[in-house]
Design a protein around this ligand. Structure first.
Ligand code: PAF
Length: 326
């Protein structure tokens, strides 16, 4: 499928695999480090914080924009996912950092078409798919994977392809999608990918609305003003669980505190005519993704990190968030 006429931008746009490979080869020849920020567009300050981090740490930075059909189930929002390329390019143009007198701006935007990325074609229904896909077994069915069983297969597949084309020295992902980032690090290790080294896959803290703590997300654009006013419920619930956990309460009691807070907020929202429903809140071992036993408690320093994560439906929008404990 053609990606149509591209908007004007001072940043070079690489709209084919061959253009991107040639660009990367030049960077190899010049011994330049390359940072990759993979995105699906609809950029917000969370994405831009990854871009700025990459600008700081690499000679060159490439941002990929590709809405990946394989990570949406047939009933999900592929059709309505925000596509805002002109605005994305404008925001990227404004990103600039100075590193020892070297003024750095994004070096290129990689904009592949669907056929480029899926030469065997792509069907959103996994049962009908043909071709090669990447599955990170044992790490894709918990947490987000329990609600979206197709999701990580789609992500692992597209990110493998992006890594194969761009061969980044460093790659940058947001903590908001913590399971995605940890799973991709494992994937780099398992597939012995030369680029990036698993230790060069960086996870950057979640950017939040400074007023109410809502995690920035492209899907926040779906929220009406009323829905937006309650959308930070999940974060507040996670914070409630975090403070119980930090105070020494067991997992079950900590999660109950979060669920109680969310239940109160849902009741108030319903009175105001806003649909809201908690999907899940869970605590998982950050290394194995296994669900913590209900009686587990915070370990003294040196214990394994825990991911406290959850999802909430606000109207027709599903929002996710997490806090890393320890
Ligand atoms: O986090 C995202 O935006 C996407 O899952 C990613 C990593 C760009 C793959 O499509």
């Amino acid at each position: 499928m053609s990606i149509g006429t591209l908007p004007e931008s001072p940043i070079p746009m690489l709209s084919s695999i061959s253009a991107c490979r040639a660009w990367r080869q030049d960077a190899f020849d010049q011994k330049k480090t390359v940072g990759l920020v993979p995105t699906m567009g609809a950029l917000h300050d969370g994405h831009l914080s990854l871009v700025r981090r990459s600008l700081h740490e690499n000679d060159l930075t490439v941002v990929s924009i590709f809405v990946n059909p394989a990570q949406f189930a047939p009933h999900e929002d592929l059709g309505t996912y925000p596509r805002t390329l002109p605005g994305d390019l404008e925001q990227l143009t404004r990103q600039q950092v100075t590193v020892s007198h070297d003024v750095r701006t994004p070096s290129a935007v990689f904009l592949p078409g669907i056929q480029d990325m899926y030469p065997s074609g792509i069907h959103q229904d996994v049962a009908l798919q043909k071709g090669t896909f990447v599955e990170v077994k044992g790490y894709s069915h918990q947490m987000e994977g329990a609600s979206r069983p197709h999701f990580f297969r789609g992500v692992a597949t597209i990110v493998t392809k992006l890594f194969n084309v761009v061969q980044p020295t460093n790659a940058y992902f947001g903590q908001k999608d913590i399971q995605q980032a940890l799973l991709l690090r494992r994937m780099c290790r398992d597939l012995l990918l030369p680029h990036p080294d698993p230790d060069h896959l960086h996870i950057i803290p979640t950017k939040r609305d400074p007023l109410d703590g809502l995690a920035l997300s492209s899907r926040n654009a779906y929220l009406s003003a009323e829905e937006r006013s309650v959308a930070n419920t999940l974060y507040k619930a996670l914070q409630a669980a975090e403070s119980e956990w930090t105070a020494g309460k067991a997992k079950d009691a900590s999660i109950r505190a979060a669920e109680d807070l969310a239940a109160g907020a849902v009741k108030e929202a319903v009175v105001r005519g806003i649909e809201m429903r908690l999907d899940y809140i869970e605590m998982n071992n950050a290394n194995t993704f296994e669900v913590l036993d209900g009686q587990s408690q915070r370990q003294p320093v040196g214990g394994e990190p825990v991911v406290l994560s959850g999802a909430v439906w606000v109207g027709k929008t599903r929002l996710i968030d997490n806090i890393v404990l320890g």
